[in-house]
Design a protein around this ligand. Sequence first.
Ligand code: NAD
Ligand code: TYD
Length: 344
Amino acid sequence: MERVLVTGGAGFIGSNFVKLLLGRKRKVHVTVLDKLTYAGNLKNLEEVINRRDFTFIKGDICNKKILDEILPRTDIIYNFAAETHVDRSILEAGSFVRTDIVGTYTLLQKTLEHKIDRFVQVSTDEVYGSIARGKFRETDPIEPNSPYSASKSGADLLVRAFHVTYGLPVLITRSSNNYGPFQHPEKFIPLFITNALEGNPMPLYGDGRNVRDWIHVDDNCRAIELVGRRGKVGEVYNIGAGEEKENIYIARKIIDLVGASEDLLTLVTDRPGHDRRYALDSKKINRLGWKKRVGFDKGLETTVRWYRRNESWWRPIKKGAFKKYYSAMYGKRISQASKRKGKR
Ligand code: NAD
Ligand code: TYD
């Protein structure tokens, strides 16, 4: 039986990934190592937490001692653990450098010492920077623009170096923006869905015309699992669904699906260094045998339905510390936008 370590498995993509692994016929034992930061939530793992083929350990990927305890019982590592929100990285970059770079380095070093079969680094298309036309390929240079994407790039380069220098059996996935159930309500799609449900302003950055290539989390999880099982060691795999959408298109769709008022749409001061467009060439993962199953419009509809039915999951998150973050990030921008609206 394969023994799998999923770091960051109490977060959005990691928790969906754990459920995918445990839902398969193939017998595995899954251990989650997660620090339970503001983004980690044990409720995301409720349906698997008591299973005998599942173990949860609260801890930091920077903690060598914990890794020395877990890794002798591990065959394959999927490293999802990271600080992940671009906006937070603009407010405070230190925790991104610590977890995304130093944490990944610590895991790599311990993976080497404990002779693990495979190390899958879960990375992002944001390492490539912004692209005006065409699509990013795996061979394109890394040109990150935010402290988040720079930290993830640092991790990717260390992963590559551990392969080239020490022969560590690594693989890297770079997926585009994910959406789906259990995504923290500070990220674009869940923030807009929950604000619409609450009747609160939906703060669109800049002109609302930035483009992201959206992928449903289930599709990404299937691709990551495939890379872990069948990918070629030392290689990078882009994972995108080819669903390029402007933010304003998504915001309008959410308004329609929720039945909210157009007046909630609020253009606010742009994010500094805001990448204009991401788009991925995913032919390499297609050749490995993966293709998307969930189209964007259908996926958004089921996601809106999930947030509607799971208020008991997101409402508590939006209380407490979230409020402080929200007012630091949006308070001034939204009141400026309301003043501008009032003058018209
Ligand atoms: P998330 O923020 O929802 O979850 C991150 C998880 O990591 C949380 O459970 C958190 O508690 C945990 N964590 C943070 N620091 C840790 C540490 N030092 N030690 C152990 N655990 C720690 O993030 P997500 O959206 O699920 O993203 C997962 C991974 O996928 C990240 O590596 C991210 O860079 C990558 N990714 C995300 C997207 C996306 O659209 N969400 C797209 C491409 C790649
Ligand atoms: P986000 O979910 O933060 O992902 P990323 O920046 O990593 O791609 O944002 C997705 C897009 O939505 C991005 O272009 C920024 C935009 N956005 C807004 O317009 N308003 C918001 O409140 C947020 C959180 C994001």
